[in-house]
Design a protein around this ligand. Structure first.
Ligand code: B12
Ligand code: SF4
Length: 472
């Protein structure tokens, strides 16, 4: 079959020290959805999965296939690699189209770097129309295709009208996992964590308004698949890949109470109960939902708690109640489900007292695990707009990502390193003590690290991010 399109994503696990320590890889589902949709329409599609590949493997595949069009999924983490791939593809005369959240918010930059077109929003129908226009095989009229950004003949950026979302997600084929070596992911999980895992999504888009979160692809819309359709996919995954667990990669898995109950019933009816992990929010968890999650086999639920300070949560437009988080965490733990918490430090306007409230919240909630991030302004988000005149790029745009940006006037990165050290160790020390631990080494280490972190915070309290807020 002739290849009309080569899809790839540019993420390489072996170059990501963080992921090498964690070893919990998943493939990007977006391009697998595109592949199955386009194949069903009769297009010749290949997927080059870069996750386990070395630097030169993509070029070798490019030379073998010589595709007229290359489509690249791009998020903020993969920007540098994708820029490199664009150049390689252009050197071979391919038409390069980008999709995913990062190019949607940095369209001009990616076009200047050589991309021919950027798809905004869902890619299925837009890509099908683009391929039908046969770019890469002569001049194509892109102006009739909605959901695109490209350079017109005069060199100016053209943005066509927005593309409507797919009306019925059940009508979409399942992601084309056969196009990649999914078994390698499952085996990697099994080798490092004792059980193999496969990811899937039950919905697209999140209607919540957390100001630091990117809505570049789905806006504030939300669409769900039917419980039966998702259960069919789960049945297929279990039969084909035999994983020991699933990861529902939804934004907020428990967002719809009735749907969740119907889905749990459907799984039960089919005799499926497989351990899984997923993400939720305080306001989308209660005794009944937790019982449903436990019935389905949940072993860990992540709660996006973010801050212990209601003032900060309100500033984030998070629409959650900090005071209720411990209750929710304890409900999960009573149901035999591990509770994880996400915490964000350094949001605009956060004071020392807010950080103290977060530490106090963590002590009260006592989750099984928590992960911290220092806020960074993702382009296109309300948070990035709010601090736009204070954004400091730490590296030139093409050498990093939106994570390599900080905000002038807020505490220094050193301060947040100390604050994180204090937070993690103070909470760990509290945990050991309240559990009556006699592990003196651990007690001593966490106590000392908490003190050192706090001392570091005092020493760096007056250090603020400084620099020229000009775009990188
Ligand atoms: C699952 C997930 C993860 C997982 C797994 C990633 C993976 N390999 O799948 C994990 C936990 C590892 C993860 C980590 C991170 N993530 Co993440 N993640 C997600 C999440 C929740 C779902 C992704 C997904 O499967 N979506 C479903 C598919 C169907 O949608 P899609 O990918 O957008 O694809 C559609 C369109 O974008 C388009 N499209 C996609 N590719 C292409 C390609 C072409 C050529 C075209 C034309 C169109 C097109 O068509 C697709 C189908 O309609 C998204 C949020 C979201 N809802 O999308 C965040 C999201 C992608 N993650 C995000 C971030 C910030 C991160 C981290 C940087 C977080 C961190 N602090 O470490 C890391 C980076 C990791 C990395 N290595 O890249 C941001 C990215 C923002 C940005 N501007 O780039 C998002 C959007 C969350 C958010 N709302 O802010 N993530
Ligand atoms: S952080 Fe989570 S709940 Fe908030 S808008 Fe983003 S996906 Fe939705």
């Amino acid at each position: 079959m002739t290849v009309d399109l080569l899809l790839t994503h540019g993420y390489r696990l072996f170059e990501d020290p963080h992921e090498l320590a964690v070893m919990k890889p998943y493939p990007p589902l977006g391009i697998l959805y595109l592949s199955s949709h386009l194949k069903a329409q009769g297009f010749g599609v290949e997927v080059f999965d870069s996750t386990f590949a070395d630097r030169d493997a993509f070029e070798r595949r490019l030379d073998e296939l010589r595709p007229p069009v290359v489509g690249i999924y791009t998020n903020l983490m993969t920007r540098v690699n994708v820029l490199h791939l664009i150049a390689r593809c252009k050197a071979r005369g391919a038409f390069v189209v980008l999709g995913g959240p990062d190019p949607a918010s940095h369209a001009d930059r990616y076009l200047a770097a050589g991309a021919d077109a950027i798809v905004i929003g869902e890619g299925e129908v837009t890509l099908a129309e683009l391929l039908s226009a046969r770019p890469g095989q002569g001049p194509a009229d892109l102006s009739r295709i909605v959901g695109l950004v490209f350079r017109g003949p005069d060199g100016r950026t053209v943005r066509t009208l927005p593309r409507a979302n797919l009306p019925d997600l059940d009508a979409q084929p399942f992601p084309d996992r056969e196009a990649i070596d999914l078994d390698r992911y499952v085996t990697t999980w099994r080798e490092h964590h004792g059980r193999g895992s496969v990811s899937l999504i039950t919905a697209r888009g999140c209607p919540y308004t957390c100001t630091w979160c990117s809505h570049a692809v789905y806006g504030y819309t939300h669409r769900r698949r039917s419980p039966e359709n998702v259960a069919d996919e789960v049945e297929h995954i279990i039969e084909r890949y035999r994983p020991e667990m699933l990861w529902y990669a939804d934004d907020v898995f428990t967002i719809h109470r009735t749907w969740l109950t119907r889905y749990a019933d459907e799984l039960e009816r089919r005799g499926i109960r497989i351990p899984f992990e997923t993400i939720s929010r305080e306001d989308r968890l209660d005794e009944e939902i937790v019982a449903t999650l436990a019935r389905m086999g949940a072993f860990r639920i992540w709660v996006g708690a973010e801050s212990g300070s209601q003032r900060v949560l309100d500033a984030m437009k998070r629409r959650t109640d900090a005071a209720r988080v411990p209750e929710v965490v304890h409900q999960l733990q009573r149901a035999g489900i591990e509770a994880g918490m996400f915490i964000m430090l350094g949001f605009d306007g956060e004071e020392l007292s807010d950080l103290e409230e977060t530490v106090a919240l963590l002590k009260r909630a006592d989750p099984d695990i928590f992960l911290t991030t220092v806020a960074y302004p993702i382009e296109g988000t309300p948070y990035a707009q709010q601090v736009a005149d204070r954004i400091l790029p730490l590296v030139p745009w093409e050498q990093g990502s939106d994570r390599d940006r900080t905000v002038a006037g807020r505490h220094s990165r050193r301060f947040y390193r100390h604050a994180t050290r204090w937070m993690v160790n103070d909470v760990a020390f509290h945990r050991e003590r309240t559990r009556g631990s006699r592990n003196l080494k651990r007690l001593g280490r966490t106590w000392l690290n908490a003190r050192l972190g706090r001392a570091g915070m005092r020493l760096t309290a007056r250090e603020v991010e400084q620099g020229n807020p000009a775009p990188g």
